[in-house]
Design a protein around this ligand. Structure first.
Ligand SMILES: NC(=O)c1ccc[n+]([C@@H]2O[C@H](COP(=O)([O-])OP(=O)(O)OC[C@H]3O[C@@H](n4cnc5c(N)ncnc54)[C@H](OP(=O)(O)O)[C@@H]3O)[C@@H](O)[C@H]2O)c1
Length: 359
């Protein structure tokens, strides 16, 4: 063999060994990165928003997706077809069809998305008049028995269920209800919500029930069809006609981002410290306002003629459903437990109708 050939062979052998060493190093480095990625993936908590197509649900999805570092895998459910605009905006969040009345759809979520760590139930028949006309549908939708059954059949009872309830669980005969006051609903919607609360308290070990007042704020990514309270007042006042508003019906309207902040904080606390909770919270704004005062505030923000707003008693109109008179709420538990201070009504109205609202 020519010495030159021999030299070439040695060179070839040593560079082959070096290449093999480098390859081995790269392979083990890749496996290590892959393994770490897998661990991180397995560490990521899964959040499911039930009723993600509704008013609160859409704002909530937006809230989760805007969180710094996007720490959660988020999915949502819908009942009718999900609007394409929402699907595009929250991509790659998976969307699942679910019927709360039958429980159809939950098994597919387990199979493809996996067991969620946190479920936020925003799905409901949420219009009191609709509940009054169809009490069976109201009960079957608003009492989340299929959802709770699914959670207890697939998990180890550790999923946190955050359930949206309402101020309409209260009778409305006094001001500033506390969470421990007796619940005496006066209409089917309120009754279905009380039944839901009782069902959850008897069948779940890890839950937060949020008794929300009227939720107001900007329109959603894909506009919801139901009328939004501030936008509705704005549209009737903008016509310049005289309009009647109730002076004797009081609520603590809450800005939608404050409800979202409440839910995000509960989620963060649970996914960080893992302590089970059994919590009932009033979620309202800091101001007790009548419908008349709500209209006055909108008029003041928009510069409309306040003399067009006429104060009338709620007893002067038959709305086809009983509406509690004063269900203003004491929100000190919300403030103390989660350190959340909802914004004043006038500030929320400005944000809702201001140029940044896009409504
Ligand atoms: N908005 C308020 O002022 C207010 C005040 C107090 C309490 N709350 C409570 O807060 C929660 C959210 O309210 P919201 O205003 O966001 O409600 P919403 O806009 O009426 O949305 C309702 C959601 O429920 C879903 N849904 C309806 N029937 C269903 C069924 N049979 N199975 C599964 N999903 C079903 C809808 O799905 P599709 O859109 O796909 O049909 C939608 O995503 C509700 O529990 C409500 O009672 C709301």
């Amino acid at each position: 063999m020519h010495p030159w050939d021999c030299g070439r062979g040695e060179i070839a052998n040593s560079s082959l060994e070096e290449s093999a060493r480098q390859l081995l190093f790269l392979l083990s480095f890749r496996d290590c990165v892959w393994e770490r990625g897998r661990e991180r993936e397995m560490d990521r908590k899964r959040v499911l928003v039930v009723g993600g197509t509704g008013y609160l649900g859409q704002h909530l999805l937006q809230g989760f997706l805007e969180m710094e570092g996007k720490p959660y895998d988020v999915a949502f459910t819908h009942h009718s077809s999900p609007p394409q605009k929402l699907l595009d905006a929250v991509s790659p969040c998976p969307a699942f069809p679910v019927d709360l009345q039958t429980g159809q759809g939950f098994d597919t979520i387990s199979a493809t998305f996996g067991q969620p760590d946190v479920v936020i139930n925003c799905a409901a028949l949420s219009i009191p008049r609709a509940c009054e006309t169809d009490p069976d549908a109201a009960m079957a939708t608003n009492v989340p028995s299929s959802l709770v059954k699914w959670l207890s059949s697939t998990g180890n009872g550790s999923t946190l269920l955050i359930h949206l309830s309402t101020d309409q669980v209260y009778e409305g005969e006094k001001s500033f209800y506390k969470e421990d006051d007796e619940t005496i609903p006066v209409n089917v919607y309120g009754k279905s919500k009380v039944a839901a609360e009782q069902f959850i308290q008897s069948n779940c070990s890890n839950f937060a029930i949020l008794r929300s007042s009227i939720i107001y704020g900007p329109q959603t990514i894909s506009p919801v069809t139901k009328s939004l309270p501030i936008q509705w007042i704005d549209s009737v006042l903008s016509r310049g006609d005289k309009v009647e508003f109730f002076h004797d019906e009081f609520r603590c309207p809450v800005y939608v981002n404050d409800v979202v902040a409440t839910i995000l904080t509960l989620t963060k606390n649970w996914t960080t410290d893992g302590r089970q909770i059994q919590l009932v919270l009033n979620v309202g704004g800091p101001d007790r306002v009548s419908r008349f005062q709500m209209a006055e505030t909108v008029a003041a923000v928009r510069g409309y003629d306040i003399s067009l707003i006429k104060a009338v008693s709620s007893s002067s109109v038959n709305r086809g459903v009983r509406s509690p008179a004063d269900i203003s709420m004491d929100i000190s538990r919300l403030v103390q437990t989660l350190n959340i201070t909802p914004i004043p009504f006038i500030d929320g109205v400005k944000l809702t109708l201001g140029p940044a609202a896009g409504s």
